[in-house]
Write a protein that binds this ligand. Sequence first.
Ligand code: AP5
Length: 222
Amino acid sequence: VLTEPLKVMISGAPASGKGTQCRTIVEKFGLVHISTGDLLRAEVSSETEIGKKAKEYMENGLLVPDEIVTEMVMARLSRKDAMENGWLLDGYPRSSSQAQSLEERNIRPDIYIVLDVPDEVLIDRCIGRRIDPATGKIYHVKNFPPETKEIEGRLVTRPDDTLEKVKSRLETYKRNAEAVSSTYLNLLKKIDGNRQKEIVFGEIESLLLKVQLEKEKARKLE
Ligand code: AP5
């Protein structure tokens, strides 16, 4: 390998655009996307033991217990592809104890990105969100309508995207956000996520390119 792989964390309130940005980041940087929300939803839909335990928490907008999520993330991070290609951790850590679990294992990102979006926009984004189960692509009834009738016909709404549940998820986020970001203060980059997704991505891209360059330089000095 020429350079050490990038390690990126992306954080932000529900519907701040993490999943949307991650799809483009993965395309451009080849990182392994580890989304705890996606991993948990997959467990729920295949009705595994983990899924059965996680379901109720998720449906109520609460954090799934640490022991379940942390084990899942550690297993995924230690796989060969993540070690070789670098990783993009989305939705973890979400509490100070989860951040501590990473610190204890000496797992630190190169950069900690926070997408900043006002509450009223977040609620509208959640309520209008639709997912294509065939491709995983994220749509929005107004902002990003599906390209074809065929896609439109198969779109689904997430069970936790009701007004009441969104409010509860937002509260959970606010309760924990500061404790998590305080662990990564020196790596934190706050980005205004209330702009066109291409513009948001442009900013993320230039930050990641800069970090990559710095890592290369540091490596040459070793
Ligand atoms: P998770 O899946 O992580 O949900 P979340 O944090 O609430 O985030 P979302 O997936 O809702 O939003 P997003 O930021 O990805 O936005 P998106 O790109 O889709 O977690 C779900 C649940 O799992 C949790 O509640 C919890 O129970 C559990 N869980 C997960 N991680 C856990 C952990 N570590 N510990 C314990 N429990 C855990 O965009 C949203 C909408 O906006 C879309 O419609 C999109 O098209 C639109 N949009 C995106 N960008 C823009 C833009 N720039 N302009 C206009 N519209 C946009």
